[in-house]
Write a protein that binds this ligand. Structure first.
Ligand code: COA
Length: 564
């Protein structure tokens, strides 16, 4: 079928739907919802059999949905309506929720239902839930709906609140009046629910040191205690605040924009506050090994199971700034010194990595210099992985990876992927040549021609397609929990397997022979020569593209590479 995806942004779910439908040989086009007339013109040109809206915050004009079948993906169970479905689900502590694919009609979210799939609500922020459990359910619902539509014989089910399984209802916009935290009354569980329902957007509006901020992210603290609302500690850029019955960590803040001032964006909480108000607040670091044993905030955790070491990192938005890269490198070195034979790298959930931290760079006094420091720190991590010869290193991707973050995974000996993962192994959209030793690792995996195609066509690659290309080694369908159960047993088998010793010898030999042909330092120097031009050269698009990304500037028209 010819399927036109209409979306407010080419976001993770839209990318996922794109890869799943393309894998099933549908002809898929994408149109960003940037105006009714642009959409009408595109629909006329594309002549879709079906229009599908995986993530749409505006309405499709009536003349389009009366002429073409238009399916809307709504992140709520049957009968749920309104613009803040996931926010309400998390706010009210729902343990299971759903995604429904319904046909567009005049009344928003009230059309007949083509498919509806339930999912469990994990205890995490809204965006993480959206990218993980909700996205899995959405893809399942979309594929069901498309198959049912394709038969030409299935009729959608009209929305009928009289049916017992239709348990949703129309709910209002979840504004700040519902989100506000009463630090003197709300217990930790309530504070966390409010923070999670607002993460990553729009955050919870609050006041700190007489300034208004949106709070982003929220994690429980197991030991620190203090006055409700007071700042108790800092760690890895986050701040810890007391609640009436405990304490929570807040990793990021966004200053409220005042009229006439430039737009604001999220930063690590300690950066957003500045040093002055934090003078008397102690910094309480924690080692990755201790963090793994505790229920507290840390971006890094390290634990061992037999001869396998697990180094977990969890960076908000998958972005890794200079300091985070250095901390990760230090943790990697400690892990390398441990008597384990297999090292598994990757977050427990969500993004693997999305490369250098564009917000931190944007906020820096000298963005070009900060870009340079960030890519240097990122390269140091990649180099450490590439030069580890006494252990087998596995990159475990339970969530997506993009740009330098995708190339970071390529440094490992093996890449294991959850089937839901979408990879964007290119830097084109940021106007960068890219580094992270990709000119060494990518052609080595997929060949020079494919490496060239992947890096010059800025389109997402689904896990299965990535496996077929040799970009990743193993793909496992299922939930996050199922993935880790599988990965842990595979890692244990690898560490215990009789062939590991021979593999390590072969790995060491190959590294030495590759080094003799062309040293890693030469790849790095060549890549950085390009990056130097990208960062410091005149007329380079990178600084504009980064600013537009950080400020979420919408493009004037759908980019050419998405037209399909
Ligand atoms: N630096 C800073 N923030 C980043 C980031 C980066 N490299 N990559 C993602 N983020 C942030 C996004 O701004 C977004 O923030 P929000 O939650 O406040 O809205 C969040 O992470 C999730 O990203 P989003 O774009 O909503 O997710 P997605 O799954 O729809 O798209 C990408 C993922 C990776 C395709 C997209 O975020 C992207 O293109 N990132 C930039 C990658 C890049 O060019 N890195 C630098 C070169 S190495």
């Amino acid at each position: 079928m010819r399927i036109l995806l209409v979306a407010s942004a080419f976001n993770s779910l839209t990318q996922r739907v794109h890869t799943e439908l393309t894998d099933r040989d549908h002809r898929v086009g994408v149109e960003l919802a940037l105006g009714d007339d642009l959409l009408r013109a595109r629909v006329r040109r594309f002549q879709p059999d079906l229009i599908l809206a995986p993530m749409l915050t505006t309405a499709i004009p009536e003349d389009i949905w009366t002429e073409y079948p238009v399916f809307i993906v709504h992140p709520g169970p049957q009968g749920d309506r309104g613009p803040s479905s996931l926010d309400w689900a998390i706010h009210e502590g729902a343990t299971d929720w759903g995604v429904t694919v319904l046909q567009a009609v005049a009344e928003m979210d009230a059309g007949p239902i083509w498919a509806s799939v339930p999912f469990p609500v994990a205890p995490c922020g809204k965006s993480e839930l959206y990218r993980t459990e909700a996205a899995d359910a959405a893809v399942q619902a979309v594929l069901l709906a498309v198959d049912r539509f394709a038969t030409g014989t299935v009729e959608p089910e009209p929305l009928d609140y009289g049916k017992p399984h239709v348990r949703g209802r129309l709910r209002p916009y979840h504004g700040q009046q519902f989100r506000r935290i009463d630090w003197s009354a709300d217990d930790t569980a309530t504070v966390l629910r409010k923070l999670r329902a607002a993460d990553s957007q729009p955050g919870v509006l609050d006041e700190l040191f007489g300034r208004e901020f949106f709070l982003h992210g929220g994690h429980v603290e197991d030991r620190l205690r203090g006055r409700a609302g007071a700042l108790l500690a800092t760690r890895e850029g986050a701040i810890c605040r007391g609640t009436v019955d405990g304490a929570v960590w807040l990793p990021q803040l966004r200053p409220r924009r005042r009229p006439g001032e430039p737009p604001t964006f999220k930063l690590p909480a300690t950066d957003a506050l500045g040093p002055e108000p934090l003078q008397r607040v102690p910094e309480i670091p924690i080692s990755p090994a201790e963090a793994a044993r505790r229920n507290t905030w840390s971006e890094l955790r390290y634990r061992e199971e037999g001869e396998v070491g697990y180094l977990e990192f969890a960076f908000a938005g998958g972005a890794m700034d200079t300091r985070q890269c250095r901390r990760l490198l230090a943790a990697y070195r400690v892990a390398c010194a441990r008597p384990v034979r297999v090292l598994v790298l990757g977050p427990r959930r969500d993004f693997f990595s999305n490369g250098i931290h564009l917000n931190i760079i944007e906020a820096a006094a000298d963005p070009a210099a900060e870009s340079w420091d960030n890519i240097t720190a990122m390269n140091d991590v990649v180099e450490a992985i590439l030069t580890t010869t006494d252990k087998l290193v596995v990159a475990a991707l339970v969530g997506n990876a993009a740009a330098g973050g995708a190339m970071l995974a390529l440094a490992a000996d093996e890449i294991w992927c959850r089937a839901s993962v979408v990879l964007n192994p290119h830097y084109r959209l940021m106007g960068l040549h890219g580094s992270e030793y990709w000119t060494y690792t990518l052609p080595r995996r997929v060949g020079a021609a494919e490496a060239d195609r992947l890096t010059s066509t800025p389109l997402p690659v689904g896990a299965r397609a990535a496996e077929a290309l040799g970009l990743v080694d193993r793909v496992m369908p299922g939930s996050v929990t199922e993935f880790w159960t599988w990965a842990r047993s595979e890692a244990a088998a690898l560490a215990a397997g009789p062939e590991l010793a021979a593999r390590l010898v072969a790995k060491k030999r190959r590294r030495a022979s590759d080094e003799a042909v062309k040293p890693l330092a030469a790849y790095r120097a060549e890549e950085l020569e390009h990056m130097r031009r990208n960062f410091f050269g005149p007329d380079e698009p990178y600084h504009r593209l980064r600013r537009e990304f950080v400020h979420k500037v919408r493009p004037p028209a759908t980019p050419a590479h998405l037209l399909g």
